[in-house]
Write a protein that binds this ligand. Structure first.
Ligand code: ADP
Length: 756
């Protein structure tokens, strides 16, 4: 049954409908409340009316009682007649006949205590008289010794309704006679007429058995009739009160009655209920009429308002549509302020959208232009690289011919050269070699930039490599009177993981710069040291140094930082190429320089770990096994390939362990979010960020709240470890890796994760 309600509420309705609902919702409850108030006031009024009616009935009853009392007194006066005392009934008869007209009675009767009529004024004196058939009144008067009133009866002689009253006459302390007087019921009607009864009210007098003795309306018809037994019953039970009933003419009526305790007679005041409820009906009708009028007015008003709202809304329809298609907005004037504001807002939105669209257009145009420019630059760069590669390649062949044949001439196989010729040939040879070098460098650089140059990383012993580099450099150093001071490399240096030829090329390039940009009699030093996982090879000189303001240009191709103005051979390609080569080999290059004092260029090369790894794996395999957990995943974020390889090897000795590897912080985080590993191990020195930063990021993500994160770092000083643990790392492990400690830590981490 709820469905219709819901559908009314949810269905799409007109504004007029909703406003109509509002009107009905406001007016109907108000009308209902007014109705209830009117009804309550009616009830109050009716109760007070009923009280008034009962009081009136009581007052009328008293008037009737007073009249009957008067009759009693008159009869008592007659009963005290001396003629009666002396038994002179003839005289008494005359007295009675004389007294009758004053009393408005019908007749006067003298009874003996047995009910035998002795005198009756409607008969001549001495005529034979009957004994009363209804002895109740006589017996009652004899028993009480008090005057008694009878119920109504029809006079046998007149045929009119009569009531009798009788007064006992005591002679010598005994009841000898009873003097009674008959009265036409009209007398009671007279009493009623004398009372002031409100208009519309009707008063009746009833005897003890409910016979109507008098009535202010239709008395001639109603007198002698009996009231309904139920009404009589009410009168007998309550003595006074009200009763509602349908009158004989079918009109609903309300009667209030009051019964005399003295005579047992009752007066009833009757009003048609319509008279009582007319006020109520009127008030209710006015209320209903008013409500209907208000409803009509409200609905009409709702119609007008809805019309205005709809007109205003419709007026905004086309501006809204225009907004959608980006056309010009023309907001017409509307009647409702809010809608006018909406219209203004639409116009403003249109202007904003227009401005935004223009901005976007501009941004898109800029972006497109930038993309095109970038693409053009990339294309141009590639074209340049390809051109350079092609040209260099093509130039090498004739250069080989030039250098080869010049060497043949220089050797003197085809005849000795004179001194001048020899000098020229030497010049050709030197220039040719320089040109070839330049061509080779450009070829390499363009290959690197085109992504076509690959390096082959392998285990390389530094000592022989350094020796050959020193030997190469010494030739040019000697010419310039420069001393090369190479550190005694000894045998303590670990092998490195690099491309032998390319590392030598870089070192020779750095070394020749140190010689070229040196001063006569200067020094070039070659040294190296082990720094964690790296070997740092440094080349120092005592040369001209590099001006601070130009240091940013270093490593840019073809940038010679002013050396082009000096008579120093060079191309500006060497350092740029060196940096690209070193980076290809997982190494780093850097420098420090003091103008006028000299420079120090260095390269870091990763230490070769293969042997260590092999040994470690062998050691793990040989060691007594403790049972480690299996079936978990580890993310290891580490840029050093050797360390990665070692951890890979250690974890490979466990069963069913997935190792996720990342070489920098950003890709480590990406892997972590993608795979949600059970344990995360972070190197502290990452190329893009620090392990601490990665750890902070992980700590901020609720999904890693239960994931143990271990640090694995070369920083092994006590304060490093302390800082790591304070930061919240599950363990802070130091390099070189101790296999047992490492495995123990990983195992503990996996247990913790499993328990979480
Ligand atoms: P080239 O030596 O062929 O000019 P490089 O790329 O090797 O090109 O070097 C670029 C520039 O850097 C040089 O022209 C020189 O100005 C400066 N430079 C390089 N090494 C040194 C050094 N050891 N001392 C001073 N300046 C140097």
């Amino acid at each position: 049954m709820r469905t219709p309600l819901i559908s009314i509420a949810t269905r799409n309705r007109t504004m007029q409908f909703w406003l109509g609902c509002l009107v009905v919702g406001c007016i109907v409850p108000a009308a209902l409340t007014a109705g209830i108030l009117i009804f309550q006031s009616y009830q109050r009024e009716r109760a007070s009316l009923e009280r008034d009616m009962i009081a009136t009935a009581g007052a009328l009853m008293q008037a009737v009682d007073a009249d009957i009392n008067g009759v009693h007194s008159a009869v008592k006066v007659l009963a005290s007649s001396r003629a009666l005392k002396s038994g002179d009934l003839r005289t008494f008869y005359d007295e009675a006949v004389a007294a009758l007209p004053m009393q408005l009675g019908s007749n006067i009767v003298l009874h003996d205590p047995t009910g035998q009529q002795l005198i009756n004024t409607i008969k001549p004196y001495g005529a034979p008289l009957p004994r009363e058939t209804d002895l109740r009144m006589i017996e009652n008067a004899v028993a009480t010794g008090e005057p008694v009133v009878s119920d109504l009866f029809k006079g046998p002689a007149t045929g009119r309704w009569v009531l009798g009253t009788t007064v006992p006459v005591f002679i010598d302390g005994k009841i000898k006679y009873l003097v009674g007087m008959g009265m036409f019921s009209d007398r009671l009607g007279e009493v009623l007429r004398r009372q002031k009864v409100p208009p519309g009210w009707m008063v009746s007098i009833l005897d003890r058995v409910g016979t109507i003795g008098a009535r202010t309306k239709d008395g001639e018809i109603q007198v002698g009739r009996k009231v309904a037994p139920a009404f009589l019953h009410d009168i007998e039970v309550t003595g006074e009160g009200t009763r509602e009933f349908i009158a004989l003419d079918g009109v609903p009526t309300l009667s209030a009655y009051s019964r005399s305790p003295r005579t047992g007679w009752t007066t009833a005041v009757t009003v048609p209920t319509g008279v009582v409820t007319a006020g109520l009906h009127r008030a209710l009708m006015v209320n209903v009429g008013l409500a209907a009028l208000l409803l009509l007015l409200g609905v009409g008003l709702a119609r007008i308002i809805a019309g205005r709202v709809t007109r205003s809304l419709s007026a905004l329809k086309s501006p809204a549509l225009a907004l959608g298609v980006g056309a010009d907005i023309d907001v017409p004037p509307v009647e409702i302020q809010e809608f006018e504001e909406l219209g203004r807002a639409l116009a403003k939105a249109a202007r904003l959208i227009d401005a935004r669209a223009k901005e976007r257009d501009l941004a898109e145009r800029n972006e497109r232009r930038m993309l095109l420019e970038k693409q053009a630059a990339v294309d141009a760069n590639r074209a340049k690289s390809e051109f350079l590669a092609l040209m260099s390649h093509e130039l090498r062949t004739p250069m080989n011919g030039i250098i080869g044949f010049t060497q043949v001439l220089d050797d003197g196989h085809f005849g000795a050269l004179n001194a001048k010729q020899k000098e020229f040939v030497a010049q050709i040879l030197a220039s040719g070699r320089h040109l070839l070098e330049l061509i080779n460098d450009i070829l390499d650089l363009s290959k690197v930039e085109a992504g076509k140059l690959s390096v082959s990383l392998e285990r390389v012993d530094l000592v022989p490599l350094m020796k050959s580099v020193v030997a190469t450099l010494e030739q040019s150093a000697t010419k310039l009177d420069i001393e090369i001071a190479a550190q005694d490399f000894g045998l303590s240096m670990p092998p490195v993981m690099t491309d032998r030829v390319r590392l030598a090329q870089v070192l020779i390039n750095l070394g020749s710069n140190a010689i070229k940009y040196n001063r006569r009699g200067g020094k070039v030093g070659l040294s190296f040291e082990l720094m964690g996982d790296q070997v740092r090879i440094a080349i120092t000189d005592t040369g001209i140094g590099i001006p601070h303001e130009r240091q940013v240009e270093l490593f840019q191709p073809f940038s010679r930082l002013g050396a082009e103005h000096r008579a120093i051979e060079g191309t500006g390609v060497g350092l740029a190429l060196s940096r690209r080569l070193i980076e290809l080999m997982d190494g780093r290059i850097g420098f420090t320089s003091a103008p006028g004092e000299g420079s120090r260029f260095w390269v870091d090369v990763p230490v070769y770990r293969g042997a260590e790894i092999e040994e470690t794996v062998a050691a793990i395999a040989a060691a007594p096994r403790r049972l480690y957990r299996s079936g978990f995943s580890v993310l290891y974020v580490e840029d050093n390939p050797a360390n990665l390889a070692l951890v890979r090897a250690i974890l490979s000795t466990l069963t069913d362990v997935t190792l996720l590897e990342a070489s920098d912080g950003a890709s480590g985080l990406a892997l972590a979010y993608e795979h949600r590993p059970d344990v995360i191990i972070l190197d502290i020195n990452l190329p893009d960020t620090s392990g601490y930063a990665v750890f902070e990021q992980l700590k901020r993500s609720p999904e890693f709240a239960a994931t143990p994160v271990l640090a694995l770092s070369a920083g092994a000083l006590p304060h490093d470890v302390e800082r790591g643990l304070r930061a919240g790392f599950f363990r802070y492990l130091t390099k070189p890796i101790d296999v047992a400690t490492f495995l123990g830590a990983v195992d503990a981490a996996v247990s913790t994760k499993a328990a979480a």
